[in-house]
Write a protein that binds this ligand. Structure first.
Ligand code: SF4
Ligand code: F3S
Length: 269
């Protein structure tokens, strides 16, 4: 079939682990194949494409030129700002991640920051943040930006943003942290499958105790679901297979700003 309306996507990776790219590959509705063949035209993605080295550089420059003003720029990873950005460089000319991001942003129709590193600095920005890592919205001004935090971002939310853009030509409605309201409009705790146990005062007190065996609420062993805005309690991960609270370890607030320092290891008591 003639693919008329596929939206061009350029995906760049900065200070990242490629976990969001991995997550995208596990998209289930639609699958990544349908997404790539019918919905978007992935013009550049260094982890998924065949080209490497100078060929990859060329492919990227050509895509930016050809789809000027039309492409969605997906950004995965934080941007290191310490030491004049020398902690991260890319391409034959050793362009810093900062300069690369700014240059790639210039002709994008909109920018989608995927994962907590690209949105809020994430794990690289955790104390003492040796590389001076920040997120995309700290640097890029004057462009529509959509933040899809979480570690990794849920592919359902990436696909939701892409499909919304394909269908309407617009980015979805956002909250004050530039997150799509359709995905981040409520807390984990609001839709948690263990919520009835919270309301009944039934808690896991120690890992592996009777409460754990009975799937009681994980608040007392550090669950941050009451402070965390995300929809994983509804859509889960890996084709709806499971999610952090489902496997009994609680939410570490992975989609919140500064989650590593604020939430990951802190407990309420
Ligand atoms: Fe709330 Fe966490 Fe308990 Fe679920 S497990 S009800 S999110 S505190
Ligand atoms: Fe992250 Fe908490 Fe969901 S740790 S994946 S926001 S349950």
């Amino acid at each position: 079939t003639e693919l008329m309306n596929r939206v061009p996507v350029i995906w760049i990776e900065l200070q990242d682990c490629a976990g969001n790219s991995e997550a995208l590959l596990r998209s289930s509705a639609p699958t990544v194949d349908d997404l790539l063949f019918d919905v978007l035209s992935l013009e550049f993605h260094e982890t998924l494409q065949a080209a490497a080295g100078h060929d990859a550089d060329k492919q990227l420059e050509e895509a930016v030129h050809h789809f000027k003003g039309k492409y969605l720029l997906f950004v995965e990873g934080a941007i290191p700002m310490a030491m004049n950005g020398q902690y991260g460089t890319i391409g034959a000319m050793g362009e810093t991640f900062h300069d690369h991001l700014i240059r790639m942003s210039k002709d994008a129709a909109a920018i989608v920051a995927v994962g907590t590193c690209a949105t809020f600095g994430g794990v690289p920005a955790a104390a003492p943040n040796p590389t001076g890592a920040v997120g995309v919205m700290d640097l890029v001004k004057g462009k529509p930006i959509v933040n899809i935090p979480a570690c990794p971002a849920n592919p359902a939310n990436m696909v939701g943003v892409i499909l919304h853009y394909v269908l309407t030509g617009q980015i979805p409605e956002l909250d004050s942290l530039l997150r799509p309201k359709f995905a981040f409009g409520y807390r984990i705790h609001d839709n948690c499958e263990r919520r009835a146990h919270f309301d009944a005062g039934e808690f896991v007190e120690e890992w592996g105790d009777e409460g754990a065996k009975n799937n009681f609420c994980l608040y007392k062993v550090g669950c941050k679901g009451p402070m965390t805005f995300n929809n994983c309690s509804i859509v889960r991960y890996n084709e709806g297979t499971n999610w952090p609270i489902g496997v009994g370890r609680g939410c570490i607030g992975c989609s919140e700003p500064d989650f590593w320092d604020k939430y990951a290891y802190e407990r309420p008591m």
